[in-house]
Write a protein that binds this ligand. Structure first.
Ligand SMILES: [Zn+2]
Length: 586
């Protein structure tokens, strides 16, 4: 088993001649693609087929180059060769985005597009993606400003986003006489020792003061730019743009928030019960949100984590076990935290190799095992998407967290089966901790981002205003569940999601993913093995339609509150059981 990832499927190193060759060839290849789009061709079907094939080849090239560069940087933020490659790569990405917009305009100009798609087998398989392109043409940047805008984003939002990652990865935190990377200090939130958790939280908050001013510039600039882009693209605001890009409608989002909002008073019962368990008076302090509770203070080695995952997911779906085994054997996972490596966890797919790469900061807790299950869920989704053409793999954000969350829910349910009361308490807490993040914390992040985006209309909020707004947002959702004197005013500096230039409001997709996955798990619990092929098929179709249509294909109506209420109720059932176990323990 390997515990660092193997990037040699992309290139053997920055001195690999293929790397320099591919990077240098990119501008000509994009120019050729662009020329092909502009070239006259009588037969619309032949033209579309040719252009799609060329696009697939370019996508594969980009995937290979940018995976190699970005994954290298994720583990080694100051790597010189990788940093140097970012400039030509991003310039190529801009040229490619422009060429792709030209394709969108060309597709929109094809008369009788539906008939063309219907009359050709290969195009029929990609019909949704092509037809969607024609519809999206109305929301492209105006052609005359497209080039300058995209180039200015490189020195604007994109540059701020990169600066944010560097600030985060290189920040050293003074903790108990040592200087530790931020990711290592944040990992102490799971420590069984209460003093460690509190001191790590205090050290973390103190450390943000070293970077809060540049961080505030990063956040404000990225959100101000988003407003400008939304306006240029003819949207009424950033959220409307995000929903359109997410293939989702505002009604679905509101139906979900309404179900969460209604449940907040009952969800807060969990925080109060946990506070009682940890000896606090009334509400839970932020630094104990992730505190492990219950008798089972179990830790896992990476080998033990692997064995557990293979067993649990092998029972569910043998192809998933097979893939997980491959991931651990063949260097898909970079497991442990270290200096210069970014915090958190993510999964990056490489369609052309039918493989993924997973970054984790594994410290041995149950939550860390759950994170691995989560990222491996993404990897499994990537594998299922190989069943469809590349053009149909573009999964909207809200569906992108389904397979990952499903794995977390399944792991938790499996582990609770046959557990003692004290183990059950521990496991329920671990699951609910995650769940509260995706519902209560995520809702606060959504409210915060709405305020920050709105504020850009007349001013860029100061560090103080950003902290105030974050505390306000936490009050709205956590309410009396979270201790007023121990909240986290710097969550805006902590979470990288606010700083993505391509994905604004990258918070509600987690709430969607969590609740949608719970709905799916409930069906698996009811229907058993018969549901597994339906589930795999569903994952393969995540890029094949608008969200409401994709979910309706397995009988789920996401546009009404009823479905969401049912999913929220499954969480409340766990909250009630948790409270009961806490009472019995006293
Ligand atoms: Zn995820």
């Amino acid at each position: 088993m390997r515990d660092t990832w193997d990037l040699s499927i992309f290139y053997t190193g920055f001195d690999d001649p293929a790397f320099a060759r591919d990077l240098a060839a990119l501008p000509q290849e994009i120019a050729a693609y662009r020329a092909a789009i502009d070239a006259p061709q009588e037969d619309a079907a032949i033209r579309l087929r040719t252009l799609l094939a060329e696009r697939d080849a370019l996508e594969a090239r980009f995937e290979r180059l940018s995976s190699f560069v970005q994954l290298t940087l994720a583990c080694d933020a100051t790597n010189e060769a990788a940093n140097a490659a970012m400039t030509p790569l991003m310039a190529a990405a801009v040229a490619y985005a422009q060429a792709d917009n030209a394709l969108t305009r060309a597709v929109a100009a094809i008369p009788n597009l539906d008939a063309v798609l219907e009359g050709d087998g290969a195009l029929r398989d990609c019909a949704f993606a092509i037809a969607e392109r024609a519809e999206n043409a109305a929301h492209l940047l105006p052609q005359e400003v497209e080039g300058p805008v995209l180039r200015m984003q490189l020195s604007g939002g994109e540059a701020f986003s990169q600066l944010r990652d560097k600030l985060d990865a290189t920040l050293l935190v003074d903790y108990r006489g040592e200087r530790l990377p931020l990711s290592a200090v944040r990992a102490k939130a799971n420590d069984p020792d209460a003093a460690v958790r509190r001191e790590a939280y205090e050290a973390e908050l103190a450390a943000y003061k070293k970077i809060d001013l540049p961080m505030s510039y990063c956040l404000n600039s990225i959100k101000a730019e988003a407003r400008t882009v939304a306006e240029l693209r003819g949207f009424s605001g950033v959220l409307e743009m995000t929903l359109a890009d997410s293939r989702m409608d505002a009604g679905t989002l509101e139906a979900m928030w309404a179900a969460i909002r209604e449940a907040l008073p009952e969800l807060r019962v969990y925080f109060k019960a946990k506070a009682k368990l940890l000896g606090h008076d009334g509400a839970l302090p932020f630094y104990d949100l992730f505190a492990p509770v219950g008798e089972s203070h179990r830790t896992y080695t990476l080998e033990q984590a692997r064995d557990l995952l293979l067993r649990v997911f092998g029972d569910f779906c043998p192809p998933m076990r097979e893939m997980m085994d491959e991931a651990f054997q063949n260097g898909w996972i970079d497991a442990y935290p270290r200096a210069g490596k970014s915090g958190g966890a993510f999964c990056a797919g490489a369609y052309q190799f039918d493989q993924s790469r997973i970054l984790a900061n594994f410290a041995g807790s149950m939550e860390d095992v759950s994170t691995l299950a989560h990222e491996l869920g993404h990897a499994f989704n990537n594998r299922m998407l190989r069943r469809v053409p590349r053009a149909m793999t573009e999964t909207p954000m809200p569906l992108a967290e389904t397979a990952s969350t499903f794995n977390e829910v399944l792991l938790s349910a499996e582990l609770r089966r046959g557990a003692s009361a004290q183990e059950e308490l521990h496991l329920l807490d671990a699951g609910l901790t995650e769940c509260m993040q995706t519902m209560v914390d995520i809702y606060s992040r959504f409210l915060f981002e709405q305020k920050v985006v709105e504020a850009q209309a007349d001013h860029a909020p100061s560090v103080g205003e950003l902290c105030e707004t974050m505390l306000w947002a936490q009050e709205q959702t956590y309410g009396d569940g979270l201790a007023p004197d121990a909240r986290h005013p710097y969550m805006w500096a902590c979470k990288s999601h606010y700083y993505s230039t391509g994905a604004h409001f990258y918070n509600f997709p987690y709430a969607f993913g969590n609740l949608f996955a719970r709905g799916l798990y409930a069906r698996y619990a009811r229907e058993g093995k018969a549901f597994v092929p339906i589930y795999c098929d569903l994952l393969s179709r995540f890029g094949s339609g608008r969200i409401a249509d994709v979910t309706a294909s397995v009988g789920i109506d996401v546009t009404t509150p009823a479905f969401w209420r049912e999913a929220v109720e499954s969480v409340l059932t766990e909250v009630r059981r948790f409270e009961q176990l806490v009472e019995e323990r006293k």
